[in-house]
Design a protein around this ligand. Structure first.
Ligand SMILES: *Cc1c(COP(=O)(O)O)cnc(C)c1O
Length: 376
């Protein structure tokens, strides 16, 4: 049996490596490294894939979130509601703009933001129980590739006149009903970090929207707030472009992306069936599908499982060992242990096992067997 990888980029490059090299050579020969023709070609393909009207590629998932918040004019005094059970970038960009992240606990079975608690948190802010903040925006995260409950979240947003930014960094390739991730809220942000379901060979990201006004602002913000031409600056923006080389890589990877998502789903089905009675696997609600950025489960025997996985050279990861409200970076927000019990408990018991489209049957069996041996 071959060595098990947590995320396997080598097998993929054995399949499409030559076409990727050709695409890279194509960029080197035309020489348009910044905003070359591959950028627009990729944006068209991604918009087709998600069925969003507009796609704006950019330099990373973090910058995609930042550009989305800037487009909505989020700044000092604004409250942005989000989950504490996510990667730091989700809330970091809120603070970077001088706005205030307001954390809301997660559901214990999907690990996504809890809509009931979200509504309570918004009402608290409106009643000024949590300082003088203006509720402006919600950033649900599609954790591990599973879309949050946008049916309820978008309704709550309408009720309180808030905007919703979907953090789809982990969820490109998933769906809610007939709609794909990247098209579930006012604006969506995704990441092409190499280990994400659709990864490039460096940093990259994209923003999606159906709103023409947002689209035009995003185009401007991506290049230093440009106006009608490069040296006309209509607003403050960033240097947020995706490299042409990365776009060329992504175009080739997108060709096999859907088949990779299907493979991830097949593996997840086997994992879920075999492990259901032993650990608490992430629940995928009816009508939803996941992109399976990670396959994660809860177990109060996590240490024991990790020990066995280590003995058998099976890679694993803990996403996330410490929820954001307890991170030193957010000390100034004055949260404390016990504020978000579900996120805290999940952080203590969560474990992710290898998940990528190129896991062989024997490897899958070997991993399942190790978890079984550890908990039985
Ligand atoms: C990876 C990730 C990001 C940031 O993406 P980068 O491309 O690394 O900047 C943001 N949010 C979530 C939930 C992520 O997993």
């Amino acid at each position: 049996m071959e060595k098990i990888e947590f995320v396997d980029l080598k097998s993929q490059s054995e399949i499409i490596g030559d076409t990727i090299l050709n695409a890279i050579n194509g960029v080197i020969s035309h020489g348009r490294f910044i905003m070359g023709p591959e950028i627009e070609a990729l944006e068209t393909k991604l918009a087709d894939y998600t069925n969003a009207k507009y796609c704006i590629t950019c330099s990373s998932g973090t910058d995609a979130l930042l550009m989305a918040l800037m487009t909505l004019g989020i700044g000092p005094g604004d409250a942005v509601f989000t989950t504490p059970f996510t990667f730091i970038a989700t809330a970091e960009v809120v603070s970077l703009l001088g706005a205030t992240p307001v954390f809301v606990d997660i559901e214990k079975d999907t690990f996504n933001i809890d809509p009931v608690l979200l509504e309570q948190a918004i009402e608290k802010v409106i009643k000024k129980e949590t300082g003088r903040l203006n509720p402006k925006c919600i950033i649900p995260v599609d954790i591990f590739g599973l879309p949050a409950d946008y049916q309820r979240i978008n309704k709550i947003a309408d009720k309180f006149d808030l905007m919703v930014i979907e953090d789809a960094a982990q969820s490109l390739g998933s769906s809610m009903g007939q709609q794909r991730a990247g098209n579930l809220a006012d604006i969506a942000a995704t990441s092409f970090f190499p280990a994400k379901p659709l990864g490039c060979y460096g940093d990259g990201g994209a923003v999606f929207t159906n709103d023409k006004d947002y689209f035009e602002k995003l185009i401007s913000i991506r290049v230093h707030g440009k106006g009608s031409h490069k040296y006309d600056n209509a607003r403050i923006g960033i240097n947020g472009r995706l490299d042409t080389l990365q776009a060329a890589v992504l175009i080739e990877k997108l060709n096999i992306f859907q088949s990779e998502i299907e493979k991830r789903n097949n593996i997840a089905k086997i994992y879920a069936t075999e492990l259901a009675d032993l650990v608490q696997v992430q629940k995928i609600p009816h009508g939803y599908s996941s992109a399976w950025a990670q396959f994660s489960f809860l177990s109060d025997k996590r240490e024991k499982i990790i020990q066995v996985l280590k003995q058998r050279s099976i890679p694993h990861a803990i996403y996330y060992p410490k929820p954001l409200h307890l991170q030193p970076a957010f000390l100034c927000l004055d949260y404390k242990i016990g504020d978000f019990i579900v996120a805290e408990t999940v952080s203590t018991n969560i474990l992710s096992i290898p998940m990528h489209p190129y896991l062989a049957d024997a490897q899958i069996d070997y991993i399942i067997c190790a978890v079984k041996d550890a908990v039985i």
